[in-house]
Design a protein around this ligand. Structure first.
Ligand SMILES: CC[C@@H](C(=O)O)C(=O)SCCNC(=O)CCNC(=O)[C@H](O)C(C)(C)COP(=O)(O)OP(=O)(O)OC[C@H]1O[C@@H](n2cnc3c(N)ncnc32)[C@H](O)[C@@H]1OP(=O)(O)O
Length: 255
C-alpha cells in the first residue's frame, strides 16, 4: 500500500494524505520524503492555491514519528539528523506562501500535533483528541513544533499543553485556540472545502502578501534558529535512559 497520496482538485486545493491507518498514520522516512516533495510542488505550482494535510481513516490524523522505525536511532547525533530533517520540512510548511490546513480526521499525538500546528488552520472531526505527549516519553517536541506552538497559542496555554502532555478533547483544544473549526467526521471534507472557498477565490498575490506578514516576523525573531535549539534539546534527551525505557514500554504495549 502506498504510504502517502497527493492530489489537486479543480479549485486548486491540493491534498496530502498520510496513508498508514494501520500504524495510525505514523511518519517514517518515506512519508517525510513525500511531504517534502508535496510542499515543493505546492510552492512551485501557480495553479495550486492551498494545501490540506490529512490522514487516512477515522482513527488518527497522525501518531507522530514512527517509533518502530526511529527506535533504531540511539545516539543524540543519530536522532538529530532525523529530527532536523523533519523540523526543516515543518519550517517549510510554516512559511509556505499559500494557506495551509491540517484536516484532523482523527487523533493527533506527538509529532502529529507538531504537523498540525505548522499549518495555518486546524479543522477537526468531533471525535478527535490531541496531545503533545512527548513529555511522557522523556523527550520534548523534536520537530520544532513546541516553538511554533508558542508563536500561535497564548503563552500559558502553550506551556500547559506542552508540559502536561495531557490529551485534549476538541472542546478544550478549541478553547485554547488550537482548533479553528469542528465538524462531524462525515462532513469533514465538505466543510473544509466550504471553509477554504472564500480564501482560495482571492488572487494568489493577495494570499501570498498576507502570508508574508507573519513570515517576515518569524524571520526577524529567528524562528528557525529557535526551532533548531528545540531540536538540539530533544536530541540530547533522546539518548537518555528514561526515553529509551518509555519507548520500549510503548513498543511492548506496557504504557
Ligand atoms: C519521533 C518524533 C517525536 C516528536 O518529535 O514529536 C514524536 O512524535 S514522539 C511521539 C511518538 N508517538 C507515539 O508514541 C504515539 C504512539 N501511539 C499511540 O499512542 C496510539 O497508537 C494512538 C495514536 C493514541 C492510537 O491508539 P489506538 O487507536 O488504540 O491504536 P493502537 O495503539 O492499537 O495502534 C495501532 C497500531 O499502530 C501502531 N502505532 C501507533 N502509533 C505508532 C507510532 N507512532 N509509530 C509506530 N507505530 C505506531 C501500533 O503499534 C499498532 O500496531 P500493531 O500492534 O502492529 O497493530
Amino acid at each position: 500500500m502506498v504510504k502517502t497520496k497527493f492530489f489537486v482538485d479543480n479549485n486548486g486545493i491540493s491534498t496530502f494524505v498520510i496513508n498508514r491507518p494501520e500504524k495510525r498514520n505514523a511518519v517514517d522516512y518515506e512519508v517525510m520524503t513525500s511531504l517534502e516533495k508535496a510542499i515543493s510542488e505546492v510552492k512551485a505550482n501557480p495553479h495550486i492555491k492551498a494545501l490540506v494535510i490529512t490522514g487516512a481513516g477515522s482513527q488518527a490524523f497522525c501518531s507522530g514519528g514512527d517509533i518502530s522505525a526511529f527506535h533504531a536511532l540511539e545516539t543524540a547525533a543519530e536522532a538529530e539528523s532525523m529530527l532536523k530533517r523533519m523540523g526543516r520540512i515543518l519550517y517549510e510548511l510554516l512559511i509556505l506562501p499559500k494557506p495551509t490546513v491540517a484536516l484532523l480526521n482523527g487523533t493527533a499525538v506527538g509529532g502529529g500535533c507538531e504537523i498540525a500546528i505548522a499549518c495555518d488552520f486546524r479543522i477537526s472531526a468531533a471525535h478527535s483528541e490531541f496531545g503533545f505527549i512527548q513529555g511522557d516519553l522523556g523527550i520534548t517536541t523534536g520537530w520544532g513544533g513546541g516553538t511554533i506552538l508558542f508563536e500561535k497559542l497564548r503563552y500559558s496555554d502553550a506551556m500547559e499543553m506542552l508540559t502536561s502532555s495531557q490529551i485534549y478533547s476538541v472542546e478544550r483544544a478549541k478553547q485554547v485556540g488550537f482548533l479553528s473549526y469542528v465538524t462531524s467526521y462525515q462532513e469533514l471534507a465538505m466543510r473544509c472545502e466550504e471553509w477554504l472557498l472564500p480564501i482560495i477565490t482571492k488572487p494568489s498575490a493577495v494570499l501570498t502578501a498576507y502570508k508574508q506578514m507573519p513570515i517576515a516576523k518569524w524571520s526577524q525573531v529567528g524562528l528557525w534558529e529557535r526551532m533548531e535549539a528545540e531540536i538540539d534539546h530533544c536530541s540530547l534527551l533522546w539518548e537518555s535512559e528514561e526515553h529509551k525505557q518509555a519507548v520500549n514500554n510503548r513498543l511492548q504495549k506496557k504504557a
